[in-house]
Design a protein around this ligand. Structure first.
Ligand code: AHR
Length: 668
């Protein structure tokens, strides 16, 4: 074996004489297609993923609609919160009046989400709806830093003239001379004349794709960089709400942002030990933006709608918490109208709104999820009329049902049986499980049954609905946070998706985003603060799969068995695919054991020497993770390896470091 470049430092082996494992890749057998929806992303507004995260808005409570109207703001001088503003569904605004002495000031400061992050040299667009009922007036708009040792708190100030007595939008651009994580936006009255302010907003000019109501550029780019096949939105449990009144309602999230009503965010209080009383959904990142984002990042959109049920975890078997069967029609109509919103002609009732929002062409939505993580008869019976109505009007739309929160067991089986009976196209499975489950150890099988770990999908019925592994992550036992070991186990488990591409059509790690100061749930794929972000090791695992998913299955075996960490396989997991577009054989091998292993890849069906491109994820510290300060501590490294001309076929000899993931690409 000639190793041209090795990029992974091999950790000390516990065994000097490990057996060489021979993996046969049958390059002649090009199998079932890998779906273009592999591998996907799941977005939910949890951990401040939307407001305060991906959504570029920097002002919290911009419309003064939080139940405490001035939450997020500090108001000073003479002011009043009024409720007869120009936007019917967001009627509150603030009036600033002369405080009665030349040196006094009336105004407002906004704290943003854990402060306002500004970057040196970047421009920020301040917009406001305002009126000056006593005639032309002025406001000052400033960036300030309170906790500063500098002479001046304010470091940028501009003034805005409010010319009209009628409500009108105003705009100015401020440039920040420095990078600061926790600035404030301050606005105050200049002169004596009253000013009314509504929908006070601040966005970076540089949003993703430069959209005005846009996404934070670095976070959206990180999504695009996965090359995701799918974007599921808007959740998760927020689809359901703790009660029906707080469920996610997509119709409230479209049209002018100024008139989108506020909703509670159930993650505000779900975990009392991570309580964020200021966590709401502005719906600024709404369904139009989700569809547009899907398009921008090249992902198939998968909206999920409420099935007439509030979150079952909060309401268990209380039938009364859910919509009575004879009152489901508005919920069903929401699904039908959504399809028209996404795909209907620009002159249809809902397609017209999409066109007015700037997208006359259809979004070409193909999938709809009905219900998030529901279980039992309460769900199955409600789903039925949804399926009937969608099939009748839109027979081409694929319906995604759910098998509930468990990845196995009675209720899971019951869910699958119901989905089969109702002919759902896909079933959304969720599994947040410990290490042993991902490895499929005997201990895990004793606890969870045979369906865990490396050979989960081999036994699935090929004739029934397809699988959407819609939420999953390795939650280390006693280590429920991001760490290297968990990511490697996820990588091993994911070979099963690849081996079973004829039944696993969609997948998504969960959750996607977390603000370091505002999280409720760990682990997550991408972490950020107000100015920085880092991609977790799990992110890189997802990316390695998504960018190298190939177009077709290709069989890979060891002693004629699938390589899935089974007895005698020394913790190895492996799968292979073929990419028709590039002519590459792509092999993924994961060593989940704590010792190095020599391996030989037998590339049956091809001959002669070749060069293999490799991508390797390898690290010594099992509890380590990337951080804001060291965002690239653990990243995949590119390399090459020489394949030999074996007697019968091309052969690649390699040695896999303990707890590592290596991907090989060889031209056929
Ligand atoms: O991903 C976090 C939560 O986990 C989702 O909201 C829910 O679907 C699941 O229980």
């Amino acid at each position: 074996m000639k190793k041209l470049i090795t990029t992974c430092l091999l950790a000390v082996s516990l065994s000097a004489t490990a057996q060489t494992h021979v993996l046969d890749v049958n390059t002649k057998k090009i199998g079932a297609p890998v779906q273009s929806t592999m591998y996907g992303l799941f977005f939910e507004d949890i951990n401040y993923a939307a407001d305060g995260g991906l959504y570029g808005e920097l002002v919290k409570n911009r419309s003064f609609e939080f139940p405490d109207r001035l939450m997020g703001w500090e108001a000073f001088g003479t002011f009043e919160v009024k409720d007869d503003g120009p936007f019917e569904r967001c009627p509150h605004y603030v009036e600033l009046r002369d405080p009665g002495h030349g040196e006094r000031r009336s105004g407002l400061s906004n704290n943003g989400f854990f402060g306002i992050g500004l970057k040196q040299g970047e421009a920020y667009r301040f917009t406001v709806w305002a009126k000056a009922p006593q005639g032309e007036a002025q406001i000052a708009v400033q960036f300030i830093e309170r906790a500063t040792m500098e002479e001046n708190q304010e470091f940028v100030t501009d003034t805005l003239t409010i010319a009209s007595g009628d409500w009108k939008p105003y705009e100015l651009t401020l440039k920040s001379p420095r990078t600061i994580d926790k600035a404030q936006l301050r606005i105050y009255l200049v002169g004596k004349k009253t000013v009314d302010l509504e929908h006070v907003s601040l966005f970076p000019v540089n949003t993703f794709k430069n959209r005005k109501n846009g996404m934070r550029a670095d976070l959206a780019q990180a999504l695009a960089d996965v090359h995701p096949g799918l974007l599921r939105f808007p959740g998760g449990c927020i689809v359901e709400g703790v009660d029906l009144g707080t469920r996610y309602q997509w119709k409230n999230t479209i049209g002018p942002v100024e008139n989108r009503p506020l909703n509670e965010n159930r993650w505000e209080y779900t975990f009392p030990y991570r309580f964020y009383p200021d966590y709401f959904q502005s719906y600024g990142l709404g369904f139009f933006e989700f569809f547009q984002l899907s398009e921008d990042i090249g992902a198939e959109p998968l909206p999920v709608l409420n099935v007439g049920m509030a979150c079952q975890f909060q309401n268990w078997d209380d039938e009364n918490a859910h919509v009575p069967m004879d009152q489901l029609q508005p919920y069903i109509q929401d699904c039908l109208d959504l399809i028209e919103f996404a795909n209907g002609p620009a002159d249809s009732q809902w397609g017209k709104i999409r066109a007015e929002m700037g997208h006359p062409e259809p979004f070409n939505m193909k999938f709809i999820g009905v219900g998030n993580e529901q279980w039992d008869d309460m769900y199955y019976k409600r789903l039925e009329p949804f399926v009937a109505a969608i099939r009748a009007k839109y027979p081409d739309i694929k319906i995604v049902g759910t098998s509930g929160p468990d990845s196995e067991g009675k209720m899971f089986e019951k869910g699958w049986a119901a989905m089969k009976q109702q002919k759902a196209d896909l079933v959304d499975e969720h599994f947040y499980r410990p290490e042993a489950w991902f490895l499929g150890t005997d201990e895990a099988k004793a606890r969870y049954g045979n369906n865990c770990g490396g050979l989960r999908y081999e036994s699935y019925d090929r004739k029934g609905p397809k699988v959407f592994a819609g939420e999953y992550a390795c939650h280390g036992r006693g280590k429920k946070w991001n760490h290297y070991e968990a990511s490697i186990l996820e990588a091993g488990f994911m070979t099963d998706f690849e081996r079973n591409a004829d039944v696993v059509y969609m997948t998504a790690y969960a959750p996607l985003f977390a603000h370091v100061e505002g999280w409720q749930w760990r682990p997550d794929l991408i972490w950020f603060d107000n100015n920085r972000m880092f991609k977790s090791v799990s992110y890189y695992v997802q990316q390695m799969y998504a960018q190298n998913k190939g177009t077709n299955m290709m069989p890979l075996t060891m002693d004629k068995q699938p390589v899935a960490g089974q007895a005698g396989q020394d913790g190895l997991f492996a799968s292979s695919v073929y990419d028709k577009n590039t002519g590459e054989i792509i092999v993924k091998v994961i060593n989940t054991s704590k010792q190095k292993h020599p391996v030989t890849l037998n590339l049956l069906g091809i001959k002669g020497e070749r060069t293999a491109q490799t991508i390797t994820l390898c690290h010594d510290g099992m509890d380590d993770e990337n951080t804001l300060d060291q965002p690239e501590k653990i990243t995949p490294k590119q390399g090459t390896l020489q394949c030999e001309a074996g007697q019968k076929n091309t052969v690649l000899n390699d040695e896999l470091a303990p707890m590592s993931f290596r991907l090989y690409k060889i031209k056929k």
